[in-house]
Design a protein around this ligand. Sequence first.
Ligand SMILES: [Zn+2]
Length: 330
Amino acid sequence: MTGRHGPGRAGRVVAAVVLAVTVAAGRGGDAPTRAGDGCAPGRGPLTVDDLPAGSSVLECAAVGRLVTHEGAGVTVPEPGMKVTVDTLAVDGSRHGFTLEVAADGTVSYDLAADAGSEEHTHAAGPPAAARAACADSAYAVADHKEYGTYDWWIGDGPLPGGLSPADARRAFEAAIGTITGTRNDCGYGDAVGARAAYHSVTHHEADVDGGAHCTARDGVSVWDAGNLSGGVVATTCSWSRPVPGGPDWLKEADVRFNTGDYTFTNNPGDHCANAYDIRSVATHEAGHVFGLGHVGAGHEGQTMFTNSFACSTSARTLGRGDVLGLRRLY
Ligand SMILES: [Zn+2]
């Protein structure tokens, strides 16, 4: 798909982002935004058209309501908070978006297919799909980062691969450490100043429902497992607060593995069949936690590629684009 000319592809990406912003702004200008005038009607999930950009979550009484877009969904947070949902799919489809509520209650969205991310491509040369992880510079960043320490817990329910909490802690710590330590085989040094600290097993759960939608946040960043809608291997929900000059400041990020539909393993070996490598998936999700977005077709070598490969451990270490994305943020 990607042509030989990097700038051409980058130009198309920029055009798509501008179009999305224009459409969102147009909806905000045209759509009803007053309570009783069509916003946030009735019960049940809302669409982005029910709560258009520019409307007020206060006037629409929309805080706590679920808003869906192309199968993804987030619960409207309180004013001054932004929520992003990122799903890791089996088929490479991109599902995710960002809903931000300004301090005055005004809604805005980033509905870009890569979940609020800004995509950068600098690569040229051989067909993109054939590029090795260390030759591919593509990355995408969401507009948030961890400025301090990411404090996280493990849920007290089932864990992927049937791991014990101790083994899950080791797997997740290794994955998170790959992001905070910028571990890669491309010769790049550590670029991430942020830290992470595991605390304990908790009765809190990841704030994700069975449809892989983000529910209201509980203030505790939890990694756990459960049943998500089919096609979704794992989901990350992240919440952040605006920082003047940005990126926004991460306040919570929850990760859930879909053990209802998929099998996970800590040791994919010769006999692996259709099981997902826990550390590979966890490293990808940790990338979202620390602010990376998805890269799509042609960038299969990057940890932040939009889908996951069964029995592959390649996402355990970062590709060049993953590293460049982290350097952009940190
Ligand atoms: Zn993802």
